[in-house]
Design a binder for this molecule. Structure first.
Ligand SMILES: N[C@@H](CCC(=O)N[C@@H](CS)C(=O)NCC(=O)O)C(=O)O
Length: 86
């Protein structure tokens, strides 16, 4: 199961989310939706949201950066990452 993060290059929340994941040594696939309306559509259809970032762990939708931080603060992120480590 892999981690996917939909991003755009200019989005500070995307940068912050990637830093948090990297700090936890979590590998991820980045999908830049800035020039790909089809992939933005895929992101919106999978997440029901239009903002970036949108983070998925396998099929599980974590949400955006705020959701990632909230999950971490609640103690749930490390366990989820453990499940999705390659
Ligand atoms: N609370 C969200 C904020 C995300 C957000 O505002 N992203 C901006 C780019 S940095 C965005 O997608 N703006 C476009 C829009 O609001 O439609 C999160 O933590 O992920």
């Amino acid at each position: 199961m892999s981690i996917t993060i939909y991003t755009t290059p200019t989005c500070p929340y995307c940068t912050a989310a990637k830093i948090l994941l990297r700090n936890k040594q979590a590998g991820f696939t980045e999908v830049d939706v800035s020039t790909r309306p089809d992939l933005r559509e895929e992101m919106m259809s999978r997440s029901g949201r239009r903002t970036v970032p949108q983070i998925f762990m396998g099929a599980t939708h974590v949400g955006g950066y705020d959701d990632l931080v909230a999950l971490d603060e609640a103690g749930g992120l490390d366990a989820l990452l453990q499940e999705h480590r390659a």
